[in-house]
Every structure is written in structure tokens, then in C-alpha cells.
Design a protein around this ligand. Sequence first.
Ligand SMILES: [Zn+2]
Length: 457
Amino acid sequence: MRWLRLLLMMLFLAPGLSLRAQPIAIHRDPRIEEMLRDVSPAEIERHIRTLAGFHTRHSLSTQQDPRRGIGAAARWLEAQMRRYSEASGGRLRVELDTFWVEPDGRRINRRVRLTNILGILPGRDPANKQVILIGAHYDSRASNPMDSISYAPGANDDGSGTAVVLELARIMSRYDYDATIVLVLFAGEEQGLLGSEHLARRAREEGWQIVAMITNDIVGNTEGENGIRDNRRLRVFSEGVPATETAEQAQLRQSIGGENDSPARQLARYIKEVAERYLDQFEIKLIYRRDRFLRGGDHIPFSRQGYAAVRLTEMHEHYDRQHQNVRTENGRSFGDLPEYVDVAYVAQVARVNLAVAANLAWAPAAPQEVEIDVSGLSSDTTLRWKPGSTPPDLAGYYVLLRETTSPVWERKLFVGNTTEVTLQGYSKDNYFFAVQAVDQEGHESLMVWPRLASRRP
Ligand SMILES: [Zn+2]
């Protein structure tokens, strides 16, 4: 499929659309392709088997035993991160984010110390303060959420996501990026999202400008319990109305729309576009819902802090293999064992994360204060914005548009290095718009939906 190496997206302009839009070739960045080739299913399998080998990674299990329990698992994960840090000449910075949790009458029955393990790749562009945070949780559980002793291999939930994050640390630490990448192994997810809750609050207090938070949770099973097999699709869950919406913002939304255009939805669309650009025969399935029905994950504390946060999960889950004691009943086997994990699929999920994180971390910062001109009733639409950052290789901006009923952006017009554009014949009543920055290598920022309306100055 030689022709696929260069994806030519020809953008034809509709008659009557007289802006200075040009067709543009969107191609794959050879550095990103090289990183994608380095993703190793063998390495992923080794990690998942090692994680399952700690017997249990329950948050209330032993922290002293050198071979078993959550303490041994955390020390091994830290050692992996330090190994990658050393191999990168110190570019990857390892940080332990340790905190105490008091008994909460729910899933914590004694005072316990938990540790998130962070691998940080600081951005090199001082004007680009954006942070891309990619995580997974390393704790596990058995049938009873308070059982800290039984065998709980947690190979898929969430050994698979943990292996993805380790692969990103190994491969991505070879390069410098404009934005900062933070790779996180979260503690305490099964006891109530404790590690992510702690880090999300800390990020807000310390003013981290997280533009994208992705949690990889349950990303390795390709056989649904209904027997269906699917190793070519991955779900992205994203919330519609932001969790932090104020009454004032709700009023504006009711007046101009936007219930389907939260920052999380834009991030989900970005993941779909970029991942499918780089991976052949692999589809990102957008699920317009915060998480699976009544369930939760480590992205939720981040969305509650006002960050764009989404969850990646395999297409078909197998419930005999989640949150189950390892056992056989009437010939039916239960338990989250390594042999049920499809490591080639986990490698694809790692590539999805890698392509998205690298493309975004090499992109200019997203445009700011994107707004629609409302100085008069018109069937044309004028958009204005301010640059988020202006790196030397900034190429300009894309304007994206779609029908109000379309789940994804339908047109992507390169409008050059400008901060204002008029789309003739495209009424703001009938279309949605967004703007994203792009550099000369084609790395795009996230798309920004105009939340402001302004009159011509
Ligand atoms: Zn999980």
C-alpha cells in the first residue's frame, strides 16, 4: 500500500467560498513513523507478565514484600522508568507523587500510602506551556474490591494500559518536543480513582496547562464475551457538556449550541484523525459519553478539574475477565490473565497514543480567543483568533467546518498565516467551525471551538 504512505487530502473549495484557502498535502512525519515501528509487542508482553507476577497489585496489599504486592510492583515500575531515563541521558525525568489516604468508609479501611509514578518530558519551547498527559493505572483487584490477598493478575485491567505507558516512556524519551509530555502510572484507581484525583487536584493548584489527558484502561482484549473478535477498533469516550460548566456558560450554550463541542470532544476527534492517519486498517470509534454506562476511570477527576480528558478502551470487553477471582466454574474460566491479552492489539493502542502525543507535542500551541464576528446578521461567517504560540516553523491555521448533525469535522481548509478569515456563504446558523494551528511538518494543535462572539473592533 505504497500510496498510503502519502495521504493526500485535497480540499476543494465550494463555489462561492472565496477565501485564500489552499489545498494542502497532509503527510506522515517520518520521525513519528519511525517511533511507531519501534513499538514492541514482545516488550509489552514482558511487562504484562511481570505485572501479573506480583500476585496482586491491590492498593491495600503489602508494600514490604520484595516480590509480591503493590509495593514490589511500584518499585519495579519506578526502576523501568529510571532505566528509560538513563537511556535518554536524563531527558525523561522520573518523579514519585506520593500521598497518604485516610480511611474513607468506602474502599479504604486503613491509612495507606499511595504513589503515582511520573515520567516527564519537559517541553523545549518556553512559549508553549501546553501539557499532554497520558496515563494508566497499575493497581488491580479481585472479585471483592476489599480483597487485598487473593491472586489478582490484572493483566488487561490495567496491565495493558500500564504496558502502553511504559512503551511510550521508552520510545518517546528519544526526542525533544515543543510541549511537555507527562506519562503517569496511577495508583488506587480501583479504590476510587485516588491517584488521578490527587494528581488532577495538584495539577490545577500548580497551574498545569493540560490540553489533553488520555487514560488507557482495559486496552488489550480482542474477544468479547459474545464471541465476537475485533482487533481493529478502539473506543474513545468523551464527555459532551464539560463537567465544570457554569450557569453563565450553560446559558451561552443554549443560545449558540456546543453541547457536542467540548474540549474533550475535540480531543476525541483529534485522536481519530491523527491515529487513523498513521495506522492502516485501524479505526477509532468515537463514543459520545464520558465513560461506559455508570462506570468510571482516571480521566474523570481531570475533567472535573476542567481539563479535556478522554478514555481509551478496547472495542468489546469480556466481563469474565474483569474484576473476577481467577477460577473455573462449570468449565467456564474467570480471571484477568495474561494469556487473554492480545499483545499485538496493545501495541496498536500504544501506536495510537504515540502518534497523537508526538503530533500534538510538536505542534504550535492551539489558537486562543477564537471568536465569531456577530456585528451584523450575515450569511457569511468571520472567524478571528490570537496565536497560541508562534514557533519559527509555524505554517498557519486550518479552519474546520461541519454540518450541525455531523459527529466529525467534514472540511479542513488551510487559510495561511492569518488570524482572521471570512467564509462566504457558510452561515454560522447552519455549520459549526473550529480553528487549529499547524506547522510546516503538518503537526496540528487541537481544534478550538469559538466560544466567544464579538463585534468587529
Ligand atoms: Zn481499570
